[in-house]
Design a binder for this molecule. Structure first.
Ligand SMILES: [Mg+2]
Length: 208
């Protein structure tokens, strides 16, 4: 049984693109995807802490999240893998409060998956914030051989999984994950970059 880890935002869903639209609508600022050089959106969008907090609350409203478009090819590739008997889990760093809308989105777009897990990928949540939203996984629970394949766009998460697990790690190559200067060479070597879902599918089916 092949077990596959798929990230949600900017792997399944075009979340960054939706955020740039919201940025223009809310603050009148235009930032292109290619200009998002930091995963920290307060930097990429040049917003103060108060502005980014307000922005993120608005961005995570269910009526906004449900409208985010799916990434081209995601459902086709995952459906083919599912038909081949792969077990697919979606693991997201979204706030657990977005559970209902995230499940609805996966169902609306017919994303084949076994489970949706909320993971504290960026050490953002304290215990109190987790209460009432079900279980949130810690990154340390993903050690070892839980997954055979990981597909991410977060360099931080991808490098952690490359170091702590035996999974093959594919990273969607994006402006916000290109600075690998702080990573050990052995970690960088474990991460395979691809542009999109067709390329991810070709890499995976081509073997290591
Ligand atoms: Mg992501």
């Amino acid at each position: 049984m092949t077990r596959i880890y798929v990230d949600f935002d900017d792997v399944l869903a075009k979340t960054a693109l939706a955020f740039t639209h919201l940025l223009e609508e809310t603050f009148g600022k235009r930032v292109a995807l290619e200009e998002i050089h930091s995963f920290d959106l307060s930097k990429s969008f040049d917003l103060t802490q108060e502005e980014i907090d307000r922005f993120m609350v608005e961005a995570h409203r269910p009526e906004r999240l449900i409208e985010v478009e799916p990434m081209e090819g995601a459902v086709d590739v995952l459906s083919a893998w599912h038909a081949d008997g792969c077990e697919i889990d979606v693991l997201t760093g979204r706030p657990p409060s977005s559970s209902d809308v995230s499940r609805e989105w996966l169902s609306r777009h017919r994303v084949p998956h076994r489970r949706l897990y909320f993971v504290d990928k960026y050490a953002r949540y304290d215990e109190a914030a987790w209460e009432g939203h079900g279980r949130v996984l810690r990154m340390s629970e993903l050690h070892g051989d839980a997954y055979d394949l990981v597909i991410e766009d977060s360099l931080k998460t991808a490098s952690y999984l490359a170091e702590a697990t035996t999974a093959r790690v594919l990273l969607f190559d994006r402006p916000w994950n290109r600075d690998v200067s702080k990573l050990p060479e052995t970690t960088v070597a474990r991460i395979e970059r691809c542009r999109d879902w067709p390329e991810a599918a070709a890499l995976w089916s081509g073997g290591s």
